[in-house]
Write a protein that binds this ligand. Structure first.
Ligand code: LLP
Length: 384
């Protein structure tokens, strides 16, 4: 991914930093759009990465935004995303966020409990409007990804149990200031087993028929996000296989002509376009291990520490034979480790290290623990 000319330019920059390949992002979005069926719409899960330059590409390609906070809505609007292209999800929306979303006339609010629905009804009454909502249901399907990023199992904090749907619909019928226009699922993230999505279609088909029989005019079916990316060998799948993913829905999903199918992809859109760059500060041998201590840590990319995530790592400054290292960050936490027993070209102080597939849930999850400063981001179209 990084030819010698680009590597030379990147070597001159102060590490650590994020680098985004906007050409790759553009190609990824084009490939995504080419794979869509006419009724399908993409709402980019902005939680994955909210960089303004990335939002601009999302907007230029006319995708929508899936926001999970008032500030994500605000940032989308400030970056010229139209309100009717924004949906708002989240298990714990505050009253102020709901008021903001309603006043800004966003497209749809995805609700996760009856308490939330009745608060939206009350606020809408006070503001003298009717608000379009969707109801997030918990399909009890195992996404077969890391336990921290599974969201659709019966014991998950997200969504409403399908078993409670009938009762909630009865209550909704009594509310005067909301319109139930959609239903929503999200199984989890980094899903590799596409079979999981065909199970989701079966649940969706049942719910769709059920709601129709109950005389609800459902116009929006939101199937969430979750498509995984290749972390081990990113160059083999720089652009995820959107065709196979959508094929599952094309084959299995039943919907009516007036219905729009939402997908809220985050990681699969932006994941491979971002990389974290870092330099080697020190090397040391300890017991039977060779440690490489780099200047990026869990403050810049928390995924390895939090989910044991394995990102592909390369030494761009060395052509020497590989040896086995533990690659660790500078923070005072043992979990501040990017990889254990990892084969990397024989390294020395100052070498440039790249941690791949960091475009999603990388920079957005950074923190200033140990009072570390937020690192800079560079973009492919600005380095030339
Ligand atoms: N829709 C909802 C309701 C979500 O909660 C999420 C992600 C998405 C869509 C987008 O999912 P994606 O297509 O990106 O998988 N920080 C974790 C991932 C957390 C995902 C949270 N929800 C990680 O680094 O793996």
């Amino acid at each position: 991914m990084f030819n010698s000319e680009l590597t030379q330019k990147l070597t001159k920059l102060k590490t650590p930093f994020y680098f985004y390949d906007l050409d790759l992002l553009d190609k990824t979005i084009l490939s995504l759009k080419e794979s869509l069926e006419p009724n399908y719409s993409i709402y980019y899960a902005i939680k994955a990465n909210n960089n303004s330059k990335i939002i601009k590409l999302i907007k230029d390609h006319d995708l929508g935004i899936d926001a999970v906070s008032g500030e994500e809505i605000n940032k989308s609007l400030n970056n010229s995303i139209k309100p009717n292209k924004i949906v708002f999800a989240g298990v714990g929306k505050t009253k102020d966020e709901i008021i903001f979303a309603i006043k800004k006339k966003i497209y749809l609010i995805n609700c996760e409990s009856f308490d939330e629905i009745s608060l939206i009804d009350k606020i809408s009454h006070e503001l003298n409007v009717r608000t379009k909502i969707a109801i997030r249901l918990n399909p009890n399907i195992d996404s077969r990804s890391h336990k921290y990023i599974k969201t659709g199992m019966f014991d998950s904090k997200f969504g409403i149990q399908i078993g409670h749907l009938a009762q909630i619909l009865e209550k909704i019928k009594k509310l005067k200031h909301i319109d139930l226009k959609g239903y929503h699922f999200h199984l989890g993230s980094q899903i590799d087993d596409l079979g999981v999505f065909s199970k989701l279609c079966n649940v969706s088909n049942e719910i769709n028929t059920y709601l129709k029989n109950k005389n609800f005019n459902i116009t929006d079916i939101n199937l969430g996000g979750g498509l995984g990316i290749n972390y081990e060998q990113p160059d083999l799948n720089l652009i995820p296989d959107f065709k196979s993913y959508f094929q599952i829905f094309k084959k299995n999903l039943i919907y009516f002509d007036n219905q729009k199918i939402h997908f809220e992809l985050g990681r699969s859109i932006v994941g491979q376009s971002g990389s974290l760059f870092s330099s080697i500060l020190y090397l040391k041998k300890s017991f039977n291990k060779h440690f490489i201590i780099i200047d990026a840590g869990m403050t810049e990319l928390i995924r390895p520490a939090l989910y044991n995530a394995q990102h592909h790592i390369e030494n761009l400054s060395s052509n020497h034979k590989e040896i086995k290292y533990d690659i660790v960050g500078p923070l005072c936490e043992s979990s501040d480790t990017f990889a254990k027993d990892y084969y990397l070209n024989k390294s020395k102080i100052g070498d440039l290290i790249v941690i791949r597939s960091s475009g999603a849930y990388g920079e957005v999850m950074s923190s200033n623990y140990n009072l570390r400063k937020k690192v800079k981001a560079y973009y492919s179209n600005e380095l030339f």
